[in-house]
Design a protein around this ligand. Structure first.
Ligand code: PEP
Length: 251
């Protein structure tokens, strides 16, 4: 039985005061609910304040990115040990916005994954096809390349903390969510490919999340899909009531 995971990616939204307000509301709305692993990913500036606000709750903290080096002369970057120090236990890696606007590649994602795992941060690895790739019938090929290159050289015994998020690029922030059938098909493809790479025991235990225009209205369509173990939520995670409704759908 895989534990469900719901992650809120706040992207570049919320000041420190707004972040504290949002998690305080969430703590109230989700008190006593413990079946679903619930993770929030505020901007870097709010991580430590949110970590303090989350004390004595079951909510967990994620960063939205990490640098691939352990430390050094990388002006403007943040290391895994800094994220751990700020209270993070997860990190989102390879989000399509990072791939699109910040030139992240499967190779960069691979380096960041290795570092995150080495330092004790659980990686939430994002993969997904663009609209033109889907239209060209290349979805399976794109997903398998992202997995093969992103997880290259990693050993199955180190991969237990890994979470994969299937996020079709055309569904992110567009209001055009993938149908549950389409999400299930992609998740099954991902599980099968990871079974080929790392064996069926690992693949059957892996949590695979769907992300792309999930909200409190469309979430019921996803919760019972056999290969879906939770969701990664952008826009709808900025509102405490919407996000709490999404979380409790999995309880
Ligand atoms: C995301 O940014 O990971 C995401 C899924 O965004 P949205 O829910 O807004 O589509």
């Amino acid at each position: 039985m895989r534990e469900s995971v719901v992650v809120g990616n706040w992207k570049m939204h919320k000041t420190i005061a707004e972040s504290i307000r949002l998690v305080t509301e969430l703590k109230g709305l989700l008190s006593g609910k413990r079946d679903t692993v619930t993770v929030v990913a505020p901007p870097f500036t709010a991580l430590n304040s949110v970590s303090i606000a989350l004390q004595n709750s079951h909510l967990k903290l994620a960063a939205q990115n990490v640098h691939q080096a352990a430390q050094g002369a990388y002006t403007g970057e943040i290391s895994a040990s800094m994220l751990l120090d700020a209270g993070c236990s997860y990190v989102i890696l390879g989000h399509s916005e990072r791939r699109l606007y910040f030139a992240e590649t499967n190779d960069t994602v691979n380096k960041k994954l290795r570092l995150a795992l080495d330092e004790g941060l659980a990686p939430i690895m994002c993969i997904g096809e663009r609209q033109e790739e889907r239209d060209a019938g290349r979805t399976e090929e794109v997903l398998t390349i992202q997995l093969t290159e992103g997880l290259k050289g990693l050993r199955v015994q180190n991969l237990a903390p890994l979470i994969v998020a299937y996020e079709p690029v055309w569904a992110i922030g567009t209001g055009k969510n993938a149908t549950p059938e389409l999400a299930q098909e992609a998740h099954a493809t991902i599980r099968k490919h990871l079974g080929d790479m790392f064996g069926s025991v690992f693949a059957n235990g892996l949590r695979i999340l769907y992300g792309g225009s999930v909200n409190a209205e469309n979430i019921p369509g996803y919760v019972d899909l056999p290969d879906l173990d939770g969701v990664l939520v952008g826009g709808a995670s900025l509102n405490s009531e919407s996000f709490a409704k999404i979380v409790t759908s999995f309880d």
